[in-house]
Design a protein around this ligand. Structure first.
Ligand SMILES: Cc1ncc(COP(=O)(O)O)c(C=O)c1O
Length: 387
């Protein structure tokens, strides 16, 4: 491994949400932050060089999306995901969450039923409720230590009139990388009931060895699918804020562009564009090392908990750097659990209930930090729990 993920990089003085936001979100700064989904690792050097190079130019005027940026993205998805993306189907956006809001706004009406699959990334809930659509939950099923989709229930939701599904693939927080058979089952329901799918694939490149992410749109050309992607999670540049939607249907593209235009969302800043392009163009070797590092960390966490704190188990995780911890054996109510981690263990994790009621009894641990910090977190939890 040529990249160093062990040496801590101080985030002091960068107004980072993860560190500076502890006071606001957890009421104290005296707590180790393993919550919001960004990494405590330096981004690939090529990204930093590109940003510094652009900064040195000294004029930061209005900026167009250069063709080279689109090519870097198309090459990345073709090489890594066997997905040929038409240039004309790409619509740029300041983030994946705004893309979901825009797609729901453009393609559904107020009151329409929109399905999500909890426990799931919390803005999926608000993307439906903030736009005055009707939230329909198709909860995932925990079987053993592994989450599955409930396709029968999904079909019932569609039968009851839902026409739109927000898919999380890979899934945050449960860490599933959906298999081809599962996605095909989902597509079959979508086909039968005329469901439109918006597939959030922001975690598509954070896949553990042995698993393979499949872009759902590559599996069907007779189902209405919009995909959102971004290098932001993969290369630790979420603060730069730029993502892409892939919308092959011309009418849908027009409707979504119209929403962006009404919101006056126009071109992004030159740094986002530089970071996006450099990451997709030069980030591959860094990513390979990152996933090896995360895999070892994940195994270390599993081993430690199994041996030293068996009341917490790690739900089987196939991708993302977010581990879904099953804390139900600790036999605490959610409020107590939250209180225990903050007040006693002094660890800032995301509470499971943030991801819906199905997250009750769970916590989400972000392991994208030097392993020494993650070990410190586990030891603090253990000593608080046994004392
Ligand atoms: C599934 C998922 N979608 C979207 C986002 C955020 O995307 P953005 O910052 O581009 O809006 C996250 C961040 O954690 C995420 O996990």
């Amino acid at each position: 491994m040529t990249h160093d993920f062990d040496t801590p990089v101080s985030r002091e003085g960068t107004a980072s949400l993860k560190y500076e936001g502890r006071e606001t979100y957890f009421g104290t700064k005296d707590i180790t932050p393993v919550w919001v989904a960004d990494m405590d690792f330096a981004a690939p050097v090529a990204v930093t060089r590109a940003l510094v190079g652009r900064a040195e130019h000294t004029i930061y005027g209005y900026t167009e999306y250069p063709e080279s940026m689109f090519i870097s993205m198309q090459d990345w998805f073709k090489t890594r995901h066997n997905w040929e993306i038409d240039r004309e189907s790409i619509v740029m956006c300041p983030g994946v969450v705004p893309s979901i809001y825009a797609a729901i706004t453009a393609l559904t009406e107020v009151g329409d039923k929109v399905i999500i699959q909890p426990p799931v990334y919390h803005p999926f809930f608000t993307a439906v409720t903030d736009t005055q659509r009707t939230l329909v939950e198709n909860p995932l099923r925990l079987e053993g230590n592994h989450y599955q989709m409930d396709l029968e229930h999904l079909a019932e939701c569609a039968e009851a009139g839902a026409k739109f599904l927000v898919l999380c693939s890979p899934h945050n927080p449960v860490g599933r990388v959906w298999r081809q058979s599962e996605l095909e089952g989902l597509l079959e329901v979508a086909r039968r009931y005329g469901l439109t799918i918006i597939s959030d694939e922001i975690h598509a490149d954070l896949i553990f060895p042995g698993q393979k992410h499949l872009a759902i749109t590559t599996l069907a050309d007779d189902v209405s699918i919009i995909t959102t992607v971004s290098p932001s999670k993969t290369f630790n540049i979420p603060g730069l804020g730029l993502s892409a939607m892939v919308i092959s249907d011309k009418a849908q593209r027009k409707a979504i562009k119209q929403v962006f235009s009404q919101w006056h969302v126009s071109n992004m800043n030159p740094f986002s564009i530089c970071g996006f392009e450099a990451a997709y163009q030069h980030g591959e070797a860094w990513l390979k090392d990152l996933m090896l590092y995360l895999k070892i960390t994940k195994e270390t966490v599993k081993f430690y908990l199994k041996e030293s704190l068996p009341d917490i188990t790690v739900v089987e995780s196939e991708g993302t750097y977010l581990l879904w911890l099953d804390c139900r054996k600790m036999a605490m109510k959610d409020v107590e659990l939250h209180h225990f981690f903050i007040e006693q263990a002094k660890v800032a994790m995301s509470p499971g209930t943030l991801f819906g009621i199905a997250g009750s009894g769970f916590m989400r641990l972000n392991i994208a930090a030097p392993r020494s910090l993650i070990m410190m977190v586990l030891k603090s939890i253990r000593s608080a729990y046994i004392s």
